[in-house]
Design a protein around this ligand. Structure first.
Ligand code: NAG
Ligand code: NAG
Ligand code: NAG
Ligand code: NAG
Ligand code: NAG
Ligand code: NAG
Ligand code: NAG
Ligand code: NAG
Ligand code: NAG
Ligand code: NAG
Ligand code: NAG
Ligand code: NAG
Length: 508
């Protein structure tokens, strides 16, 4: 360095040093940069990144916000670029996540929160699109909103939780979706909607809660948009019913969607739960008033048979006279059996006909006295019985038949005893007079009831007479035989007998 040069430089520098101290300082610092204070005494071209505003002067380093090519002037970095170092040939593009919207920046600016830049060398950042966000500076991309969150405007620094009644089940939601009808969401930031519980419904979208089923309605499935009417035979008297209740026995409901059951009318009942109509009381039962009670059994002595006539059993009918029913719950009465009767209505039993009377047909209301010739001594006897042989009864209603008296006989128990005929024997209790078999005999008086026949005097006389006649004839015969034998012996002695004659016998 020559003195001339030195002096010139001092002269050149002095004003800067003394009059523009600030600027001087900057330049000085930059000059003092050991890298950048190269001098080229041979007056070569300045290196790239350095410049000289004067020919053959010293080369100066390009400053941090600029760059130059060899032998060109240093230029400020253009927008979208930066240069943090001195003495550089060219500026660098802004990195991703940064921008340079002015020339001559030493360092690109970080994108603000809510904006991003995914390319280098950009002059601006871009706002995060709907459905995404960036919550820090220098974002190179925006994150999509999480599930349950949304962002509905550009440039979000954060996403918002879905409101109640809404949900977002995907990331990057611009808006949350409405909960469909049949579901609800009572919490924010939801990724799903909850199905309505049983007994509830929601018939609108964006429901925060489901509504309870109304009275008369029910719902036994989840996620329903409406409740169902209770079916006939059922009711619901509380809101939020899951299953309708069946009508109790004795009640019914013939409409749907009802909150109570109705009581069955007179003569009707329901024998099962959950009935949509009442049924007539069964035969053998009855119901006199409207109400939830069941039909009562007809008591003994009565019956009901409405179904046979197509009427309702509003009351029981007493058994008519001559009939009885010993059991309850019957549809008919039975006629009194033979031998019994009943003369009042509503009988639960028949009575046996009293002594001396009977009933020969079933269903008797009164007993008839035993006919003549009959009797009944015990009430328990079935019927009157014919008087036994030898007994009679001339009056009706007889308890005991009378015995036929001695010397009378009773051929017909219902007729007067008859006088024993002559030559007949009628001991007490005779149904017919007793006689000896033949008229040659007669009844001998006897103390016992046994008949005792003796021969009549005529028979005896006849026998005796016969015996006498026989004797006489015998004597005659014997005599004649003797005479004949004697004569024959004489003849035999004289002439032999040629022919033998038969002897003659005679007798009875
Ligand atoms: C940068 O982001 C934009 C907008 O989001 C997109 O269209 C583009 O493809 C992205 N480029 C790169 C290199 O990621
Ligand atoms: C949001 O950004 C999109 C694309 O990046 C653009 O089309 C739209 O106009 C922007 N909306 C608003 C409100 O700035
Ligand atoms: C989100 O919900 C919609 C309708 O609710 C359904 O079609 C879709 O499959 C769901 N997506 C996911 C990822 O669950
Ligand atoms: C949402 O509803 C559920 C069930 O219905 C309940 O357990 C929960 O406490 C509710 N949450 C809020 C925030 O109300
Ligand atoms: C939902 O149900 C309520 C009550 O039952 C009714 O008033 C309303 O009209 C219904 N809304 C729709 C959209 O069906
Ligand atoms: C649900 O209700 C229907 C009538 O609406 C009925 O037929 C069905 O048996 C019920 N299911 C259950 C599980 O109770
Ligand atoms: C509903 O009916 C049941 C059975 O009949 C009864 O116990 C209950 O008290 C009733 N509830 C209301 C609110 O009437
Ligand atoms: C229900 O029963 C009542 C009383 O018995 C009757 O008046 C009505 O007509 C019935 N309704 C239907 C729908 O059967
Ligand atoms: C039913 O009982 C009545 C008396 O209440 C009677 O007149 C009718 O004949 C009976 N019907 C039948 C089919 O038995
Ligand atoms: C039903 O019958 C009983 C006895 O037969 C009688 O006391 C009652 O008054 C009757 N009731 C009606 C409603 O006819
Ligand atoms: C019914 O029979 C009884 C005896 O069993 C008798 O005392 C009563 O007088 C009779 N009544 C009629 C109405 O015949
Ligand atoms: C003026 C000035 O500080 N000049 C310096 C330039 O660099 C050389 C070598 O690095 C130094 O020796 C000088 O003092």
């Amino acid at each position: 360095m020559s003195w001339n040069t030195f002096i010139w430089r001092v002269v050149w520098i002095l004003p800067i040093v003394f009059f523009i101290p600030t600027l001087t300082t900057v330049y000085t610092e930059e000059f003092l940069d050991p890298v950048c204070n190269t001098t080229y005494p041979d007056c070569l071209l300045c290196d790239a990144g350095h410049f000289s505003d004067q020919e053959n002067a010293e080369c100066f380093c390009c400053q941090t916000h600029g760059a130059c090519r060899q032998n060109e002037e240093c230029k400020k970095c253009p927008m979208g670029t930066e240069q943090p170092k001195q003495g550089q040939i060219e500026c660098d593009d802004c990195e991703i996540g940064r921008y340079a919207d002015k020339e001559g920046l030493k360092k690109c600016i970080l994108c603000h929160a809510g904006t991003f830049q995914n390319m280098t060398g950009q002059e601006h950042c871009l706002p995060c699109e709907k459905g995404s966000f960036c919550n820090d500076e220098g974002c190179s991309y925006c994150e999509p909103c999480d599930i349950g969150y949304y962002s509905d405007h550009n440039g979000s620094t954060m996403c918002t939780k879905c409101h109640e009644g809404h949900y977002a089940n995907t990331t990057g939601s611009e808006i949350c979706k409405d909960c469909p009808s049949g579901s609800y969401q009572n919490e924010t930031g939801a990724s799903t909607c909850k199905p309505c519980e049983v007994g509830t419904y929601s018939n609108e979208t964006t429901a925060v809660s489901c509504d309870l089923c109304d009275l008369g309605y029910h719902n036994n499935k989840t996620g329903q948009t409406h409740c169902l009417q209770c079916l006939p035979g059922h009711y619901s008297n509380e809101s939020g019913t899951v299953n309708c209740l069946p009508c109790d026995k004795g009640t019914y409901q013939n409409r749907s969607g009802e909150i109570t059951c109705d009581e069955c009318d007179r003569g009707e009942e329901t024998r099962k739960v959950g009935m949509s109509h009442c049924e007539p009381c069964l035969d053998g039962t009855y119901k006199t008033t409207k109400g939830p009670q069941l039909c009562d059994a007809c008591p003994p002595g009565s019956f009901s048979n409405g179904s046979k006539d197509g009427t309702l059993n509003l009351n029981c009918t007493y058994c008519s006279v001559g009939h009885y029913q010993k059991s309850k719950n019957r549809s008919e009465c039975d006629p009194c059996p033979i031998g019994q009767y009943v003369n009042s209505t509503g009988a639960s039993s028949c009575q046996p006909c009293p002594k001396g009377s009977e009933s020969r047909h079933d269903g008797a209301v009164v007993c008839t006295p035993c006919e003549k010739g009959h009797n009944k001594s015990e009430a328990s006897d079935f019927l009157c019985s014919l008087c036994p042989d030898g007994y009679y009864s001339l009056k009706t209603g007889t308890l005991y038949c009378k015995e036929c008296e001695q010397n009378y006989f009773c051929p017909n128990p219902s007729l007067e005893p008859q006088q024993c005929p002559k030559n007949s024997y009628c001991p007490p209790g005779s149904s017919s007079p007793q006689t000896c078999d033949s008229s040659w005999f007669r009844i001998a008086p006897s103390k016992s009831n046994k008949i005792h026949c003796v021969p009549t005097s005529e028979l005896i006389g006849l026998i005796v007479g016969c015996l006498l006649v026989c004797l006489i004839i015998g004597v005659i015969v014997v005599y004649n035989v003797r005479q004949w034998r004697r004569g024959r012996r004489i003849v035999e002695e004289n002439s032999p007998l040629t022919e033998k004659s038969q002897p003659i016998y005679s007798g009875f």
